[in-house]
Design a protein around this ligand. Structure first.
Ligand code: BDP
Length: 719
């Protein structure tokens, strides 16, 4: 950490809050400063602390906390309890300005008690075990209790990990300045598997990673373990994330060799106290590539034995190993189809090997074989609905939010709600591969809210994707959400300071997919930047508009895949790629007659993969939401839009609006100068300049290109 101690770093970092002044070794609010103390600007931060800076909130809030929290008791001596003690001690010292004693017994007025019924008699007395059991092993209760001489606060769970989650929840309340006088909070995760998915390679590169090299230093492992691995686990646990797949889905089978498993086990050991379990990607051809077998046929006994032995070996090193994530028969990755077997037969092979140990297989639905259907977005649905019910109980199908590939805007994947007997989990992508990468400020909360709140109508109205994921539409035993995440070796983890918000929102949504994007933006802003109410409002407004802004200047009205191989810059003319469905022209189909992919019943018929009434709504050009218009319809350039404009005019207006809004983001950010530290302000400003320039490029290049077909003039852009 640039030669400064971790403690000092925490101290320096808390200065980032406006209204704080340095007085000797402690931070005081501006109102308290004496004439002798020189004012300081918010101290520069590099973003390493993420949302765990523990900067003091408003003065009144701090006073209340000081009154109510005089000491902390963490009952129990497990490694997780030690983690809780350390976190709470660091956090309270930073938030309240003075160290608060932390011990492992005692409960009187002014105590914050953290424990389980097994470790604390006071927990047993004050929080009925049945209440905790109802919340499951990862749930918790935070409760204010009356004691002689004042009040106390209990954070209770049936497990230490649940208590750790409760502790982070409590710290979030303090960081965001919430009242803590009468707490009665009951929480439990709505999804079981809440997993970071890293696309990191063994050579240290990261596929679609935009924040530097991989976090995992393979050459140094297993001997050298740094603080960063710990801080990674803290960040995950603070959101309730309970696992990580640390290797690319385009999997190098070497990750499963004894040499690498030892390295992986060392990481798993660091993360265990934080409840972050280890998962790996499995290359389906591993029995051939590293096992020396002549085949990887899932029905071959030698192959079954090989995977069983491999699973046993993994569990001997990592007893709580979570399981495998598999990309099979997709984009050149090997799979069961090589041997004439189905995805179910492939997944079951691995599932049977893991089952004795309690592991799961997450089998990705990101498959699109041309022979299945000419329309790429229809293929996965066809493949997997055919196999519903044929998967072992410990298999879950991992499905990207949309049926194509993380485009700025897609309708939800029709497989959500369609599989009645096979559990599904969602895969979303905080890493912003198609959403400006680490250069554009794009908060994805609103995009995910739109996805999760989409009604699938799988069992009538109200069968939202969120409810499907929670197993409330079809009774799934396995539930989950995965995020293809962005952290890398960059100082601020995510490349763009605001990309941290996407990690944050993903983690919180994995805990509860019904949380609102606006709430998450506010939590994150308060913890990451400032509690200054005006600045919070401004930053949240920027965040909440940024997604729609990005869609407008890149791919509005249902346009998609207007890019080349970098998935960043506009390339609508892209008509050459190894596969037709990797080009842009395959998707927009622009000609003199019009533009758009006809997925209606007169076209590819993709609309009929959705339940009624959605299929009929999407099929009807007058009822289809305009945000999906060119996804489902091929429209004439003069098609009349709801605004009264023609399609061409509307497209031009959208792109222009996007550019104007991007400029607005930049201007608004300028008003925050001095409200947050100069370094982060400058770094964001630099990226906003790129964003504004890129937005104009998108507008100009796309409109100029489509004008060749529309034969209509491009209105003069707003300068
Ligand atoms: C696409 C990425 C590619 C991934 C693939 C996947 O461009 O790098 O390998 O998805 O999800 O979005 O497997």
């Amino acid at each position: 950490m640039n030669g400064i101690s971790r403690r000092e770093f925490v101290w320096r970092s808390v200065a980032g809050t406006a209204g704080l002044w340095l007085a000797g070794n402690r931070w005081v609010h501006s109102g308290e400063r004496s004439g002798a103390v020189a004012p300081v600007r918010p101290t520069d931060e590099d973003g390493y602390m993420l949302w765990l800076r523990y900067a003091p909130p408003a003065k009144q809030a701090v006073r209340e906390y000081q009154r109510r929290i005089k000491r902390v008791c963490v009952a129990g001596g497990s490694p997780t309890c030690r983690v809780i003690s350390e976190e709470i001690a660091t956090a309270l010292k930073s938030l309240l300005g003075d160290a608060v004693p932390v011990s492992n017994d005692g409960f009187d007025a002014g105590t914050l008690l953290i424990g389980t019924p097994a470790t604390s008699a006071q927990v047993r007395e004050n929080v009925p075990a049945e209440d905790l059991d109802r919340l499951g092993p990862e749930g918790y209760i935070i409760r204010s209790v009356k004691l002689k001489g004042g009040g106390g606060i209990i954070i209770a769970s049936s497990t230490d990990i649940g208590a750790l989650y409760g502790c982070f929840h409590f710290l979030r309340l303090l960081q965001t300045g919430q009242p803590i006088a009468a707490l009665e909070i009951k929480e439990r995760p709505r999804l079981k598997l809440r997993l970071m998915n890293h696309w990191d390679n063994l050579d240290g590169s990261v596929e679609r990673g935009y924040a530097g090299r991989s976090l995992w230093r393979w050459a140094e492992l297993p001997d050298k373990l740094g603080q960063r691995y710990v801080d990674y686990a803290r960040a995950c646990a603070s959101l309730g994330l309970n696992g990580a797949v640390i290797h690319n889905v385009n999997a190098n089978p070497r990750i499963l060799t004894a040499e690498y498993l030892r390295k992986v086990a060392a990481l798993a050991n660091v993360w265990r106290p934080y409840g972050v379990r280890m998962y790996l990607t499995a290359n389906f051809a591993a029995p051939v590539r590293i096992g020396g077998l002549p085949t990887a046929d899932p029905l071959d006994q030698r192959v079954k034995d090989w995977w069983r032995a491999k699973a046993d070996e993994i569990y001997s090193l990592i007893p709580d190993f979570g399981g495998f994530l598999v990309k099979a028969d997709s984009e050149g990755q090997p799979g069961p189809k090589t041997y004439g077997r189905s995805h179910a037969e492939g997944a079951n092979l691995l599932a049977e090997a893991l089952a004795p140990h309690g592991g799961v297989v997450m089998w990705r639905a990101f498959v699109y074989d041309h022979d299945v259907d000419p329309d790429r977005v229809k293929r996965a649905y066809i493949e997997f609905t055919r196999l519903d019910g044929q998967f072992r109980a410990n298999v879950v199908i991992q499905i990207k939010n949309g049926p194509l590939d993380f485009q700025p805007r897609e309708p939800f994947h029709p497989l959500f709600g369609a599989l009645k007997h096979t559990p599904v989990m969602a895969e979303i992508q905080p890493t912003q591969e198609y959403l400006g990468q680490a250069k554009h400020l794009v908060y994805l909360g609103p995009m995910w809210e739109e996805f999760l709140q989409s009604d699938t109508y799988a069992k009538g109205q109200g069968s939202t994707v969120a409810k499907v994921l929670m197993g409330e539409v079809h009774p799934y035993q396995l539930t989950g959400m995965a995020g293809v995440v962005n952290p890398g070796a960059d100082a601020n983890w995510c490349g763009h300071h605001f990309s941290q918000a996407n990690w944050y929102a993903f983690g919180r949504l994995a805990w509860n997919p019904e949380l609102g994007a606006a709430q998450l933006a506010e939590e994150w802003t308060r913890m990451t930047f400032t509690n200054d109410p005006e600045a919070v409002r401004t930053i949240c407004r920027m965040m909440m508009t940024s997604y729609e802004t990005f869609v407008s200047y890149t791919m509005p009205l249902g346009l998609h895949h207007l890019i080349g191989g970098d998935h960043y810059a506009p390339m609508p003319w892209n008509d050459r790629a190894p596969r037709e469905d990797w080009t842009a022209t395959y998707y927009h189909r622009a000609s003199e007659d019009g533009i758009g992919f006809d997925r209606t019943r007169r076209g590819s018929g993709a609309v009929d993969q959705y339940h009624p009434p959605l299929c009929d709504i999407f099929d009807d050009i007058n009822r289809c939401p305009e945000k999906f218009l060119l996804w489902f319809h091929r429209c004439a350039w003069d098609h009349r839009m709801k605004s009264g404009r023609t399609l061409w005019e509307e497209l031009c207006a959208k792109y222009d609006e996007g550019v104007r809004q991007a400029r607005e983001l930049q201007k608004t950010w300028e008003t925050l100068k001095g409200k947050i530290d100069a370094r982060r302000h400058r770094e964001v400003a630099e990226r906003l300049a790129i964003q504004v320039a890129d937005a104009a490029k998108w507008r100009d290049q796309i409109l100029e290109y489509f004008a060749r077909f529309s034969k209509r003039p491009v209105p003069k852009p707003v300068p």
